[in-house]
Design a protein around this ligand. Sequence first.
Ligand code: NDP
Ligand code: OXD
Length: 319
Amino acid sequence: MSNSSPVVLAMKFDGERKNSAFPDGLGARRVIDLNTDTDILEIINGARYAVLWKPKAELFKRLPDLEVIFSAGAGVDHLLQSPGLPDLPIVRFVDHTLTTRMSEWICLQCLMHLRQQRVYDGLQRKHSWQELPQPEASEITVGIMGMGVLGQDAARKLRMLGFRVNGWSRSGKQIDGIGCFDQSGLNAFLSKTDFLVGLLPLTPETKGIFNRTVFAKLKRNSELASPVFINAGRGGSQKEDDIVACLRDGTLGGVSLDVFESEPLAADSPLWDFEQAILTPHAAATSDVFALGKHVGEQISRYERGEKLQYLVDRNSGY
Ligand code: NDP
Ligand code: OXD
């Protein structure tokens, strides 16, 4: 087959930006955007590549010549749960633009909780001049669950800010300046953690992992009253009823959540109303459309030169 195969897009993103930026990143290759090219026939013959985000069930039947599936994001749970997913290589999105954004969000949340910014916001609204205790970052241990591309970058940047940092992952790691724990070390890891950061993919093993049992094991003798939970991995890994109950009874002193069990978060969720809860709408690290196009173009070029694809998903482990 020639290398002139179009790239089929079925993904989120603001239309105008996607139409200009994505093809730019891709070079000369033709793009068929299923959200805007409404005259496209049901069956798209000759399309070897597709870039997808939460694909509709019938999509794969329309792409009989598909050879490589690209995830429009770093996470692939949206694909692996997709009915009719063919047994083809899946490449996830890894790029410094996404990694950098995520680390910015994680560092921001850790600093917001360290400096008790939400409490100051409340005092400001009351015109109240009151100074709060001010521990240094070096007195706080951030424990990151998920030490992949995103977890490791966030860990290094948190270290630069002065936090003590530990990481927990399936396989143990060795990273300078970071305490590393493998799966068997979960309890020891939790007992040292003041700020728990979730950067795990959603898999059958990580579903609901952030629950009361885990929160109750966090360290609670730091200068800040209670531990903090920060999650930007996937909402399916957290039990929101437990988070609400733990915020109410002080098991958790604060949370920052970018992801939710069901998105968008229901307007009547009690999470919206906690002063000590910082919520963002799955926006911690949105894929940059130009960078995504470039990444897809590079991987297609590798594939067509007969080289190995990078960032391949392991279907057995689910990420
Ligand atoms: P990686 O695949 O690079 O890293 C995943 C990490 O999780 C690895 O360290 C892996 O361990 C660990 N892990 C997976 N399963 C388990 C388990 N059962 N027990 C212990 N550790 C486990 O992913 P990324 O860092 O690139 O991304 C992480 C997630 O962040 C994505 O899957 C996605 O869900 C989410 N995300 C959210 C965004 C947002 O805007 N909110 C944006 C981008 C991503 P090991 O190293 O041993 O394999
Ligand atoms: C991703 C995301 O997985 O945006 O990239 O959540």
